[in-house]
Design a protein. Sequence first.
Length: 447
Amino acid sequence: MTAPRRCLAIVLAAGEGKRMRSHLPKVLHELAGRSMLAHVLAAVTSAGAERLAIVTAPGQEKVVAEAKRVAPSAQIFIQAEPLGTAHAVLAAKGAIEEGFEDILVAFADTPLVEPESFARLRGPLGEPSCAISVLGFEAADPRGYGRLIFQDQELAGIREDKDLNETERHLTLCNGGLMAIAGEKCLGLLESIGRANAQGEYYLTDAVALARQRGLKVAVVRAPEEEVLGINDRSQLAAAEAVLQGRLRRKAMERGATFLAPERVHLSFDTEFGRDVMVEPDVFFGPGVKVGEGATIRGFSHLVGAEIGPGAIVGPFARLRPGAVLGKDVHIGNFVEVKASMLGEGVKANHLAYIGDATIGARTNIGAGAITCNYDGFTKFRTTVGEGVFIGVNSALVAPVTIGEGAYIGTGSVITKDVAPDALALARERQIEKPFWAKAFRNKHRK
Ligand code: UD1
Ligand code: MG
């Protein structure tokens, strides 16, 4: 068996992204709950890149922070001036010089390329005479893209849109921008690239013609246009989101989830579904949600960072916030919010409740309007409720407080002290009744 080919991925992210009209750098805008940059870093990693180099512009601290967050071992390189894609790749010269067999060049603003396509792009470099592998696609509208120029059925070069002649302008096989370059030939090619073109830039694409002049082979690997969609403005961001949502829904359905109206469910890059999960229309899954087998998520629910046990029923109109962990067969009904709380098996909170910073034992029933008062304006406190407890409607549990197992909390109680197991706690005014008071009151006013 031959050893796997060592691969460095260079991710270009030095573009300005002016057309986003945003205070946030372009590549930090999110798709399915994750930044474009993180999508690209994940894809090249899945395609076997063992080292990551990110090229960004000076002063892009937020880009650097996101790169470090998602790929702590990534190396950051600064391209002092945006002089073109070849110039950007050369900013990472320090990494290239370490010696890799494959150099994968990716764009952080082209976030939909599948790991399989990156892996296919590397494929031809396995052949010793092959210097470059280019990702080509058939463009519905080729304007703006570099065109692949063939001579005698071999790729001879790539011509940028602004440098095309009239015949070339009609070519529709375009350059996706990404490239795989043989590591040992990379610097020799890139450092020979000049800037005598319409934009006065160092074009990475010129490496193709240079390689051919030197008698090296160049390969073209094709991918669907959808994958090479580049993001320059908010409309393209929305288009990319739609593509990604379609992929995520298809994967979830392949794994055995049912969506009554797939296009009305919003997923995150990491949403996980067990088999036979059923999702009604108009549900939002933010990042970090896991749904266990056979659970049902009813309409208009908003879930982020939550774990939902098998057989649970959530919603309609439920809100699960980060740290909500629902055990098996838990029922969370309409207008119930759960945050940073563990709910044991079979817990029911069917209407209008807030459960925050709490641990709730199995089979406990939480009445309508019950609230854990977890915050005094400065500090958060925890509420602990044992198994089989009954919390009467409109109760306030003022944390820190512990309710023993099997206890009853009378309706409308404000519980500030711990309650013993199996006790009844009432913390409300006793009812008083004044016979015929109302009738006397009305008579007085009629006079
Ligand atoms: C590039 C390709 C073109 C291809 C198209 C596909 C070149 C010369 N052209 O053109 O053939 O059809 O992508 O979308 O490669 N960047 C830097 N520093 C720079 C310049 C660019 O980091 O100095 C980064 C950008 O942030 C971006 C990527 O490189 O992520 C591509 O640059 P962009 O200006 O979008 O290239 P295109 O003109 O689209
Ligand atoms: Mg572009």
